[in-house]
Design a protein around this ligand. Structure first.
Ligand code: SF4
Length: 353
């Protein structure tokens, strides 16, 4: 079926046939805690007769989200610990996240920022907070790249995006502006000439990192939206979360990575799922993830190989999950070496930050 607007309540999901009556109560308990939104494009993609539909699994709330494990945490990758001013996350010397908005067109059931995004989330930066965030970037010449994330920055109006980009364009040491977004696949009609023009900052290079997790997300409309971005001269890279029941299959992963490349999106990140609350049903073990990534080698072209990444819990940065920086320990845990050379256990002990 097609919906005229995004479905944001369990009653609407039941009416659309996406939540069976027997699962209504569980879904409602989840929706009382975490934001829900499924765009018309995605509603049209879901097969309600398939209980294992990989698109539904990503967006339709499920009672499994009510189960929180001890190692899960509200801020799994430690954004708050690295936020010197509101809206900025500064984890590495040469780049910052600029989180201008905490709203998304869809709410992913596995979201690592699920405690921060949504109508009840951290909201949109006020004019004063945005001033302070831009001043923070302007005052630090080491900042080479600004990554607009959130939330999904492409939900902002072209006028607001352009205002932010003009301010970044005025900072000489910022050379790269990167957007992380799901909009081209979940709401492709939004990607129009005005939005694309607003993503460009004079004298800077813009990258758009597209978040997609299953080849089915690449509808004709999504492919056309991606083509409009690339044809406008912006560079696109991908990010995917490795998710049980969605893409934890070598053939699906290979198909997904090839689909990115065919659409001129260079595979960049394949994320091991984070320890977000209520997401254990999506998580593979690191050993399972490493075996899947290994199976991609040889199966698909080098162009299709993403970097398999684990964000070290607590905000210690990213590590290549299939590299020598990740070592299996005797006790079934892994030892991760961060970019500073410090070692962390994974999964972390409960008393670790
Ligand atoms: S689009 Fe990104 S920030 Fe928004 S719910 Fe999905 S994973 Fe979270």
């Amino acid at each position: 079926m097609t919906a005229a607007r995004s479905l944001t309540t369990v009653a609407e999901l039941v009416e659309a046939g996406l939540v069976p009556e027997a699962r209504r109560a569980g879904a409602a308990a989840v929706a009382a805690r975490y934001a829900v939104a499924v765009t018309p494009s995605l509603v049209a993609l879901i097969d309600p007769a398939d209980p294992n539909d990989p698109v539904a699994r990503q967006f339709v709330p499920d009672a499994a989200e009510l189960v929180t494990l001890p190692e899960e945490r509200a801020d799994p990758i430690g954004d708050l610990a690295h936020s010197p001013v509101e809206g900025i996350v500064h984890r590495y010397p040469d780049r910052v996240l600029l989180k201008a908005v905490h709203v998304c067109p869809v709410y992913c059931r596995f979201c690592f920022r699920r405690e921060m995004v949504g109508p009840e989330g951290l909201g949109t930066l006020s004019a004063l907070a945005l001033d302070a965030a831009i001043a923070y970037i302007a005052a630090r010449p080491a900042i080479w790249e600004v990554i607009l994330t959130g939330g999904d920055p492409l939900v902002l109006s072209p006028r607001r995006l352009q205002a932010i980009l003009e301010r970044l364009a005025a900072i000489p040491h910022v050379k790269i502006v990167r957007f992380h977004s799901r909009v081209p696949v979940v709401d492709p009609a939004r990607v129009d000439t005005a939005l694309i023009a607003a993503l460009k900052a004079s004298g800077k290079t813009t990258y758009v990192a597209l978040h997609a997790n299953h080849p089915r997300e690449f509808t004709a409309e999504a492919r056309a939206a991606i083509a409009r971005i690339v044809d406008a001269g912006l560079v696109m890279v991908s990010q995917t979360v490795l998710l049980k029941g969605v893409n934890d299959d070598a053939a699906v992963l290979a198909d997904l990575m090839r689909t990115f490349v065919e659409n001129r999106v260079k595979p960049y990140y394949l994320h091991h799922p984070d320890l977000a609350p209520g997401t254990a049903h999506f998580r593979l073990t690191l050993a399972e993830g490493r075996a899947l990534v290994e199976s991609l080698r040889g199966r698909v072209s080098g162009l299709c190989q993403p970097a398999y990444i684990l964000d070290i819990p607590g905000g210690h940065g990213k590590v290549r999950a299939d590299s020598a920086a990740v070592e299996e320990a005797d006790d079934g845990c892994f030892r991760l070496r961060d970019f500073r050379g410090e070692t962390h256990l994974y999964p972390p002990r409960q008393d670790e930050t």
